[in-house]
Design a protein around this ligand. Structure first.
Ligand code: CA
Ligand code: CA
Ligand code: CA
Length: 234
């Protein structure tokens, strides 16, 4: 009597795992498949489809099949699936070229993965208006912010502004703030109010932080300016 019974291969149950942190894949280990036969298993179980245990599985479902044979050439096989699911919320970062501006400025919103549903209405501007919304890609967006009044303009994007392919809502962005400054600095001088009989101190007070103000900028008629105390004072 020939042996017509194929080996019986046993494999793990279907596996569902989240992606590893920060990547769209997962390293998945599973229990080693086994095989039994009415006579003897002579080959296997061997991986014939999918990926080995302990390797990196892609997003989505991967079929994994193992086969085993006996001496009579009968082959049995069994399959299971490994499904990698994205459970990570997309993160968004807001950036702009400078912290101070004298006019409209560009803000770039960069997600750490592709998203859908991000649009200009998701951008909340304090003391300004957003316009010119452009999608450079599914993860990088740009828009222009025009400040309204001198002072700080803020840009916020709340949580759930956009969704990744697995419909995870995006996280809120850290607030971006830019100082809108269009007035020239003013300087006021103060010193002795009455007659003097020797060197005296003059204080130059600027209404905002400046650079480039030096001793050579001081013009004195009937005297000489020297740097007794020369420190930036606001
Ligand atoms: Ca057999
Ligand atoms: Ca995600
Ligand atoms: Ca949205």
């Amino acid at each position: 009597m020939p042996d017509t019974e194929a080996p019986v291969v046993t494999v793990p149950e279907n596996i569902v795992v989240p992606t590893d942190p920060g990547v769209s894949t997962a390293v998945v280990s599973y229990a080693a498949p086994g095989a039994t036969d009415n006579v003897a298993v002579t080959s296997g179980p061997t991986l014939t489809e999918g990926l080995a245990s302990g390797t990196t599985f892609p997003l989505g479902t991967t079929n994994v099949t193992y086969a085993a044979s006996d001496a009579a050439g009968n082959t049995g096989s069994a399959s299971f699936t490994v499904t990698v699911v994205d459970t990570e919320a997309p993160m968004i970062t807001l950036s702009t070229p400078a912290g101070e501006t004298q006019g409209p400025f560009i803000v770039t919103a960069t997600f750490n993965e592709d998203v859908v549903g991000f649009e200009i209405d998701d951008v909340v501007v304090g003391n300004g208006v957003a316009s010119g919304f452009v999608a450079d890609s599914a993860s990088v967006y740009r828009f222009t912010v025009t400040p309204t009044a001198e002072g700080i303009a803020t840009i916020d994007v709340a949580a759930a502004a956009a969704q990744d392919a697995a419909t995870n809502d995006s996280l809120a962005a850290d607030q971006l703030s830019v100082t809108y400054d269009i007035s020239a600095p003013t300087v006021s001088l103060s010193g002795p109010t009455g007659p003097v009989s020797g060197p005296f101190t003059v204080t130059a007070t600027l209404n905002e932080v400046v650079t480039g103000f030096e001793l050579g900028d001081i013009v004195v008629a009937g005297g000489v300016a020297s740097a007794r105390v020369w420190a930036p004072v606001r």
